[in-house]
Design a protein around this ligand. Structure first.
Ligand code: MN
Ligand code: MN
Length: 266
């Protein structure tokens, strides 16, 4: 059950309304990294897991994100409705609000309608929590840009709170993954990986492009400095495999191209 209380999670006091800035704020109302996307993602994901603890966390955070949506809505409302009429006229001539009217709309800062394809959910709790960490990074990044552009103190305070909570959520998702032993374990599910699982292929080479780090070093990884040579060794000392030969020139090797004549059954 959802109960709405008409109390904001954080106060919104816009002192200098700016409809042009409100347009940018739409990114967090009806945009890909916005609060509606976050809320619906987590609430949906909560039904994917049998873990009562993780389900409860996803429902708590998903509901908090709806509260964030409300804060962004109030910001947009105050930046549009309270603007002086001369500012409104000027801004509205060049913004989305000219057509839609003041207040929030389910569109992003470029006027694109909110899209269900922004949701990232898939049915495996580890997969979902990993996607959530990336989603929070997207939201935090958008808020950082908005804070950098915000000229109004009241707006900035509300945005700093919203950004802070995305940091908190990231941490919660990381702890949840840790509780499942899945924070620093890349493999989940039933896959039996093949022999390449610990190989790092140095496939982009050239000046400055052979960097080394823990992502391509022992003990986690065996560094394959020359992947082409490695491939030759793995598949018969440099001789192309038969299937490669056939693919390169089917006719010459009596492959598929020659064996079949037009109209012939196979
Ligand atoms: Mn949020
Ligand atoms: Mn969040």
């Amino acid at each position: 059950m959802f109960i709405h209380k008409s109390v904001l999670l954080h106060e919104v006091k816009v002192q200098k309304p700016d409809p042009v800035f409100a347009e940018k704020l739409l990114e967090q109302f009806g945009g890909a990294t916005g609060e509606l996307t976050a809320s619906l993602t987590y609430l949906t994901q909560s039904f994917h897991t049998d873990s009562p603890g993780i389900r409860d966390m996803l429902q708590d955070i998903g509901t908090e994100e709806l509260g964030h949506l409300e804060i962004v809505a109030m910001l947009i409302e105050q930046h549009t409705k309270r603007a002086a009429s001369n500012l409104q006229d000027k801004a509205y001539q060049s913004t989305l609000f000219a057509i839609r009217g003041p207040g929030p709309h389910l569109i992003d800062s470029k006027g694109l309608s909110w899209d269900g394809r922004y949701l990232n959910e898939g049915g495996n709790v580890v997969r979902d929590l990993r996607a959530d960490i990336a989603a929070e990074a997207g939201a935090l990044n958008t808020y950082e840009q908005l804070i950098a552009m915000a000229e109004d103190d009241g707006t900035r305070q509300a945005l700093v709170h919203l950004a802070t909570r995305e940091v908190s959520h990231t941490h919660m998702f990381m702890e949840a993954l840790k509780s499942l032993n899945a924070l620093d374990q890349p493999l989940f599910g039933d896959l039996k990986p093949d022999q390449t699982v610990n190989l790092y292929f140095n496939l982009s080479s050239g000046p400055g492009a052979d960097q080394r780090g823990p992502w391509n070093s022992e003990p986690a990884f065996q560094y394959v400095a020359n992947p082409l040579q490695h491939e030759m060794q793995e598949h018969g000392g440099g001789q192309p495999t038969q299937s490669n030969e056939m693919r390169m020139n089917p006719a010459e090797h009596g492959g598929l191209g020659q064996a079949r004549k037009p109209g012939e059954q196979h």
